[in-house]
Design a protein around this ligand. Structure first.
Ligand code: KG4
Ligand code: ZN
Length: 342
């Protein structure tokens, strides 16, 4: 079964071809250069950049895979959550292709896509397992009872983990997006230099809060001289990163115990973080938990993970109606596209 996956929910334009278990292409065009000067994603610019890139990116995905568009069995596209203008670009193109080729359309939940990124590389991963979704917009602990069957057991009550990385980087004058910058700098820093607060919020609670940590970094920085910040930049970001990792790790460990699971999968852009990956691998060894990490390319937004979800639903005969609308605040519990024929 050959699936064309399309992803345009935020600031990456991506198209992929998945042929059964073989990922034939996964073309990703990042809009970083479009948004960098603004220190964050500008929604209108994102939509326009998607409009310009989407057709050439799909052509490239087909060409690299070496298949004709008629050979595609279904078109999987992210329909939420994300930026409405960005989502509409991908969804409309997907609908046009589905209509002209008379092929089924499968609307995909972006968060479900992030979780499925693990299935691309780790076929041995079988539910039930715990997923920690850490991206720029989401921080959730998900009980994956089965593929397609999710219960959110914990989530952030304020900033997402990636958002905290980006905001702290910004207040330190680092480039956007801040996550990779902090990750790079922190490798040469002392994570115990500053003891930033950890919001545990009660031991039986799996929710997260990162806005207090961000404020603590701001307050700390405001009390230091510019020279001190410059000299200890790596130590400060390493200390901040350690606080984020500690909370993500400890809450995940507790959720694993509560659910009696021995498998955890990381998902989303922050899952690229070296310290986070390392901490989970160590925890796994200590607690006899199997830790699943997507490769870097499959942590951040990509169409391969969307194609993988599309394949799962199409195999079950679940497809979306041609009236499918984009939903910027789509929840994971309604991940499955409604079942009708195209
Ligand atoms: O999953 P993603 O590509 O987009 C969303 O769906 O949000 O995640 C982007 C987020 C950004 O906040 C970015 O700073 C963060 O992932 N990120 C990282 C790293 N690479 C990307 N955060 C920490 N360490 C990294 N290496
Ligand atoms: Zn994402």
């Amino acid at each position: 079964m050959k699936i064309l996956g399309i992803e345009t929910s935020c600031d990456e334009t991506s198209a992929a071809i998945l042929d059964d278990d073989r990922l034939k292409s996964n073309i990703i065009l990042s809009q970083l250069d479009v948004h960098r000067a603004y220190g964050g994603v500008v929604p209108e610019l994102a939509s326009r950049a998607h409009i310009q890139a989407i057709v050439p990116i799909i052509r490239e995905a087909l060409a690299e895979a070496g298949i004709a568009k008629n050979a595609v069995d279904g078109i999987a596209v992210t329909y939420g959550p994300g930026l409405i203008g960005s989502l509409l670009v991908g969804l409309n193109v997907a609908k046009g292709i589905a209509l002209s080729l008379k092929k089924p359309l499968i609307g995909v939940n972006h968060i479900e896509g992030h979780i499925f990124a693990n299935a691309l590389e780790h076929p041995q991963l079988k539910p039930p397992f715990l997923a920690l979704v850490v991206s720029g917009g989401h921080t959730q602990l998900v009980d994956v009872k089965d593929w397609g069957e999710y219960t959110i057991v914990g989530k952030t009550i304020d900033d997402a983990a990636g958002e905290a990385f980006d905001k702290v980087a910004k207040l330190l004058g680092l480039d956007y997006p801040g996550g990779p910058e902090i990750d790079r700098l922190a490798r040469n820093g002392n994570p115990e230099f500053v003891k930033f607060p950890r919001a545990w919020m009660g031991s039986r609670n799996f929710n997260f809060s990162f806005s207090g940590l961000k404020t603590a970094v701001l307050t700390y920085v405001e009390l230091q001289t510019d020279e001190f910040i410059r000299d200890h930049l790596a130590d400060i970001v390493a200390s901040f990163q350690e606080a984020v990792v500690d909370v993500l790790l400890e809450k995940s460990r507790k959720a694993l115990v509560a659910l009696k699971y021995h498998q955890v999968a990381l998902a989303g852009g922050v899952a690229r973080n070296w310290a986070l990956r390392n901490a989970f691998v160590q925890m796994g060894k200590k607690n006899r938990v199997d830790v699943f990490l997507p490769g870097a390319e499959f942590c951040t937004d990509n169409a391969a993970m969307i194609a993988k979800v599309g394949q799962f639903y199409l195999e079950k005969g679940v497809v979306s109606p041609p009236t499918l609308d984009a939903n910027p605040s789509l929840k994971l519990s309604v991940a499955a596209p409604s079942a009708t024929g195209v």
